[in-house]
Design a protein around this ligand. Structure first.
Ligand code: B1M
Length: 211
């Protein structure tokens, strides 16, 4: 098997074909799917972000790197997903209104599925009323919001307000995450919990439901 640094390079350079092939080879060789994500792919996306900040990369480069990461995640996602057992709870997850970043949200959704939850993925650019509808009409008992932009973080607060206005805030647990989010922000807007990572979101959700 090739050096896994090549996977980091493939994501960084936006080479989806190489990223997919290297992931296949690594999985076949028994490398843990989460190690591939956490040790190679996420650091590559962090480097992409740094290059974007210093005008070395532009939006097209962000997009092709994201495409490479997604190609690998398609192989990894089923491995993170458990099957058979009765779901622990129904989680409505989405990236908040105005925000189109979905790689982290998809990872959290896959980990929650793997952790035994039924996941209702509302996608990206999810308006507060869509989260409210998922609670009212689909019976979600956990609302999980992701935001990657400082400009879209306030939509988390608006969603919590909308849940209150609809009279369902006390029926659900609200968890939030994403690169610019902090525990302090979660406390400020009245979310039940914050996690900085996808595996952490599973532990957090279980803890919140037990509380
Ligand atoms: Co954008 N982008 N982007 N981008 N992008 C960032 C976020 C940015 C930090 C880059 C930078 O400047 N360094 C910056 C935000 C600055 C800020 O707000 N402070 C930025 C910007 C500015 C923009 C645009 C405005 C650029 C423009 O058009 N001028 C634009 C906005 C579009 C929009 O959303 N309306 C934009 C567009 C894009 C693309 C579409 C090109 C692409 C997204 C493709 C896609 O997602 N399908 C993109 C990308 C790829 C990035 C970076 C490079 C990588 C994001 C990523 O996927 N990371 C990003 C820089 C960076 O983050 N280093 C950047 C990997 C992913 C696994 O991590 O999503 O953080 P993350 O998820 C983690 C944790 O945060 C956590 O778990 C995950 C795994 O552990 N987590 C949760 C996430 N959600 C959670 C929820 C939870 C719990 C944990 O509970 C519910």
């Amino acid at each position: 098997m090739q050096d896994l640094k090549a996977l980091y390079e493939a994501v960084l350079n936006g080479d989806a074909k190489a990223s997919k092939e290297l992931t296949e080879q690594a999985l076949a060789a028994g490398v843990s799917p989460l190690a591939l994500v956490n040790d190679y792919m996420v650091p590559a996306m962090d480097e992409v972000g740094k290059r974007f900040e210093c005008n070395e990369y532009f939006v097209p480069e962000l997009l092709i790197s994201a495409r490479a990461m997604k190609a690998s995640l398609e192989l990894i996602r089923p491995l993170l997903t458990a099957s058979g057992a009765k779901p622990l709870a129904k989680v409505a997850i989405g990236t908040v209104k105005g925000d189109l970043h979905d790689i982290g949200k998809n990872l959290v959704a896959a980990m929650l599925e793997g952790g035994g939850f039924e996941v209702l993925d509302l996608g990206v650019n999810v308006a507060p009323e869509q989260f409210v509808n998922a609670v009212r009409e689909k019976g979600a008992t956990v609302v999980a919001m992701s935001a990657l932009l400082t400009t879209t973080m306030p939509s988390m607060k608006s969603t919590i307000e909308a849940l209150k206005t609809a009279g369902v805030r006390d029926k659900v647990k609200v968890i939030i995450g994403g690169a610019p989010i902090t525990q302090k922000y979660a406390d400020e807007i009245g979310a039940d919990g914050y996690s900085e990572s996808a595996p952490g979101a599973v532990t957090l959700t279980k803890k919140q439901l037990a509380a």
